[in-house]
Write a protein that binds this ligand. Structure first.
Ligand SMILES: C[S@@+](CC[C@H](N)C(=O)[O-])C[C@H]1O[C@@H](n2cnc3c(N)ncnc32)[C@H](O)[C@@H]1O
Length: 321
């Protein structure tokens, strides 16, 4: 995704507080961590700008030996649930033929994008998904600084199990952001018996996505941790308005999809609010381990934050260069 497309005058980095000595220390620590993090690992990478780097790598591998205490926030939309981005099912998506992906019915004449069919995930695959999230969570916990926040996208069917993996790894749960969005999940009449049961749906039509909010534990108070690491809290919308946990945001716009044709593209309007909230002082590095089309990096660039993303699929990696 060309980052310049998102350079709208939406929320440029504002000057912070007066430059106390601890702020100078934080900025130096940020610069030092950035120098180390963006060259970490031998994988191919693209430096989009001085503040955004995109790495072709498996997320678990990159996180496993990323410098400890070097990342200040993680904002990510992982592969729910793992199988849809595995080679077998991913090839089916690209060939336009089934697998875990399904094409929603078109009721207004326009072609709908494929959606992962989470209801077909077996018990065994759920176990695999849990192990995958555990491995990711341990790497995240190591690389985040104390008090660093994680925002992780989920869906109502799988969030209980996946969020649990983050808590088991040692994260504290700090709530959820509910993204109000009309999806095409659920709400269908019983398959093959639609006219027999015209007033029945198998499950509700989903109108929201949960994003889990987690934090790496830290000793002492939030104020102490803000001075030491620049983390521990969430950035307010303004002095008078806190960040809130319900955000109405319609599906990704056509113009964004045209720039970044990823099947799970998240909208900039939503991501910008999340990445901004994730760094309470606007100082630090945001990581997206499952960067896809680099939409989180684009949102950070717009706000003026440093960001690094990993994507393991060479086709997505190449498509955003
Ligand atoms: C849900 S999509 C993220 C889409 C992204 N939010 C966007 O707006 O473009 C998940 C991405 O994770 C990638 N992925 C899956 N497993 C991965 C792994 N182990 N390491 C890194 N990336 C992975 C997939 O190829 C896919 O692009």
């Amino acid at each position: 995704m060309p980052l310049s497309v998102y350079s709208l005058p939406w929320a440029a980095r504002e000057p912070l507080l007066h430059e106390a000595s601890w702020i100078k220390d934080l900025r130096e620590a940020e610069a030092d961590a950035w120098r180390r993090v963006r060259i970490h690992g031998g994988q191919p990478r693209q430096h989009f700008s001085d503040t955004a780097t995109y790495v072709l790598s498996d997320a678990v591998k990159w996180l496993a030996d990323a410098p400890a205490n070097s990342i200040h926030a993680i904002v990510t939309d992982p592969p729910y649930g793992v199988v849809e981005y595995e080679n077998k099912d991913h090839e089916k998506l690209r060939a336009g033929r089934g697998g875990v992906w399904r094409i929603p019915p078109s009721f207004d004449g326009s072609k709908r994008q494929p959606l992962p069919r989470f209801t077909v995930i077996s018990h065994e695959e759920l176990g695999k998904l849990h192990s995958f999230f555990s491995a990711v969570a341990y790497g995240m916990l190591r690389s985040l600084v104390p008090g660093g926040h994680l925002f992780v996208a989920s869906n109502p069917l799988l969030s209980t199990m996946t969020f649990h993996a983050f808590q088991e790894a040692g994260f504290e749960k700090r709530g959820e952001v509910i993204r109000l969005v009309q999806t095409l999940r659920g709400g269908f009449k019983p398959k093959g018996a639609e006219s027999e049961f015209p007033e029945v749906s198998g499950m509700p039509r989903s109108c929201w996505d949960p994003w889990g909010i987690f934090r790496k534990p830290f000793p002492g108070t939030i104020a102490d941790n803000l001075r030491k690491w620049g983390t521990g809290g969430l950035r307010r919308i303004s002095k008078d308005e806190p960040f809130k946990d319900v955000i109405a945001c319609s599906p990704t716009r056509g113009i964004e999809k045209a720039i970044a044709p990823h099947p799970s593209l998240k909208p900039q309007r939503f991501l910008r609010q999340i990445v901004r909230a994730s760094l309470p002082l606007g100082i630090g590095i945001v990581h997206d381990p499952f960067a896809g089309s680099a939409s989180t990096l684009a949102a950070c660039e717009h706000i003026g934050l440093k960001s690094i993303g990993c994507e393991r699929d060479p086709l997505y990696f190449v498509s955003v260069l």
